[in-house]
Design a protein around this ligand. Sequence first.
Ligand SMILES: Nc1ncnc2c1ncn2[C@@H]1O[C@H](COP(=O)(O)OP(=O)(O)OP(=O)(O)O)[C@@H](O)[C@H]1O
Ligand SMILES: [Zn+2]
Ligand SMILES: [Zn+2]
Length: 805
Amino acid sequence: MTARTIRVAEVVVDGTALFLDKRFSYAVPPGVDVAPGMRVVVPMRSSMRSGIVWALREASGATDLRPLARVVDRAPVLTSDQMRMAEWLCDRYAATLPEAVSAILPGAFRLRVRSVLVPAAGAEIPDDVRGLALFQHIAEAEPALSDIRAKSRHDERMVRAWMTAGFLREEIRVDEAVGEKRQAYLVGSAPADVLRREAEARRRRARRQSDCLEVLADVGEVAWDKRLYPPASVQPLVAAGLVRVEERRASHRWAAGEELERWPELTPYQARAVRDLAEMADQGHGVALLHGVTGSGKTEVYMHLIRRAIEDGGQALVLVPEIALTPQLVRRFERRFGGQVAVLHSGLSLGERREEWTRVLDGDASVVIGARSAVFAPMRALKLVVIDEEHEPSYKQEDAPHYDAREVAMWRAKQAGALVILGSATPSLSSMYRVEQGSAKLVSLPVRANQRPLPPIEIIDMREELRTGNRSIFSRRLAAELEATVSRDMQAILFLNRRGFAHAALCRACGHSMECPRCDIHLTVHRSAEGHVLVCHYCGHEEPLARRCPDCGEEALMPYGLGTEQVEEHLRRAWPSMRVLRMDLDTTRRKGSLQAIIERFQAGEADVLVGTQMIAKGLDFPRVRLVGVVAADAMLTLPDYRANERAFQLLTQVAGRAGRAETDGITLIQTYQPGHRAVEAAKQHDYRLFYERERESRAFFRYPPFCELAVFLASHSEERLARGAAARFERELGRSPSARSLVVLPAGPSGIRRIDNVYRYQVVMKYAAWQDVKEDVVRAYRLVKEKMNRLGGSAVLDVNAQRIG
Ligand SMILES: Nc1ncnc2c1ncn2[C@@H]1O[C@H](COP(=O)(O)OP(=O)(O)OP(=O)(O)O)[C@@H](O)[C@H]1O
Ligand SMILES: [Zn+2]
Ligand SMILES: [Zn+2]
């Protein structure tokens, strides 16, 4: 016999287990068409799994490789660039290959692979077998062998015998996770007060109907989530004329023939920035930090550079924080670039996401706008990457593979020879430090596009208010400005960085605060139809707020510390005629409701918008005159080395929502700590001042950007096992060759020691360069993780962590 060469496919198999972190080899059956980047089904141990072909090679001689079971795609769904990106994610963030692939490829491309039982075609099956109920069930329902086993051991034996006899065989079924292209919306079709009244009337007998009406009264319309509102509970509301159902695409698609907007004249500063950035772009890869004050028109600058990139035959990627990804922003780009825009975000249905991805892959879209994960979009001619609001922590993914979209973008741009523009009014310390180090170039927009000054910021000392007898949550100054703003038909934004009604429930007699029974954290007070309830923001535990203190027995439990719900309530009580909208996690949890609130505020359907940090991100409301920070203190005391930076950014960003277009603006910051560094710098609009001081303290305590942090976290329902795992990790590092390049802080409980009855212990590491310590850290991590998984716990490693605990 002559030695034949066969083709071998190296496949990355889907799954989270550590043993899957490599490529598995399979024989490609003769005549089968397959290329790297295509999805396949392969046998793995005793089952079938999906995977991606990573590479093809030739092997000679007989091999005992198992063959590919099926090739799913005709064309690759992953480009070779994306495969290199996946490999880089593994290297940079200690991710496994399947983890990296699942971060890159949208869920819409995930496959469900099942083996089902079917009667064997062409087999002679005796009539007495064919007539049995079990056999008929299999012929009709095509169950999996495991389904049969779960029901009856006896049936399983029977089925196995039939398989041996050749009556039944197993067949692979591959289901795509494609979803609907259209999204059904529920739209309120009666005035809000009617909806509210009807909600109240149904509160006891039809809870879901009541919830649905309440939401629609608040936000007007929501994408129809059928798990939340089953058709059976929506039907009666439709019949009663309170709700109607509308089908539409979840995302707008530019219609051919729609007229594009004219390009406005750039301000002199914008023109200079465009010129500088264009010059950089012509030189290939580079990183620019566009520091433009709030409302300076950074978007206009981005759009000019995007136009250049497209005219050059290239593609541009624009990353924005999820929250800023409203239809308004997308429309802004579409009005300039029409049908060349593709949008990727979590609000799309699976089908839409797949469609947008395919448009990018096929080169039909030249501008891709999206949140964090859009950094993985399959562009082949990348010329420009814009990262808007680059200081936002949401660019860092909190779950495995813990990637930072800013870093991925820079790596990708370097490979592609593309320019990266980091844009912000409040650049992160690390980006500014990059400028200092010479690895990024600073470009500035020091004035607003509307030529008006930045809104003056006044600090209001709330201690003084108390001393002079004002017990309201609104200072006299804020109350007066609110009234003045609304009476001039302008709008106001009130910011408070805490959701819920009150921060905690505290006993006035003994000081006891109500804690979650399953977590080591106090409970937050929320308002509900039945009065006040205590809610855990970590595990969802809920209980009514009683008056009696469980600790001392006094009837002295009281809500303590303001939340957004309470701000809303005080507003309604003090000014019943003001129209108020609230935007926080609780009012925006449902799909589509965030956008609905933004649209309603923009349309002038409310005078005041109360909200958490969500309202600080890149929103452009032309009629907002007043911004009030109800209590800056809520963010000045966070136990994190970046607390000052966050506070300064939030204050500056939220202040920047005032006076952006048609009106002068004013910002009032209420606080009990008027002398705080972040408050002072924000008041003076002095980024430089803030940067210099913060830089100094980071250098002194050796925190990023003067080092990098990684956090190892072990979790287990038994505290000693979690603690033991962290200690083991610390020991392993201590005796590793890189010990001298690492500062390892002692293992200890994470910021919240217990969440949902799972204990969490961590080890924080500091180092100068990941490359120097990577090997040993990852080895120790995998060692402990493997053991932890066997013990029923888990371990994660967050490289370049943005938070500790
Ligand atoms: N050259 C221009 N001519 C006219 N209007 C402009 C021009 N540039 C920007 N604007 C307008 O100024 C406003 C602010 O611009 P934009 O939203 O781009 O600012 P920004 O720098 O992104 O602000 P922020 O960082 O606060 O989100 C927008 O309403 C925009 O339409
Ligand atoms: Zn008490
Ligand atoms: Zn809890």
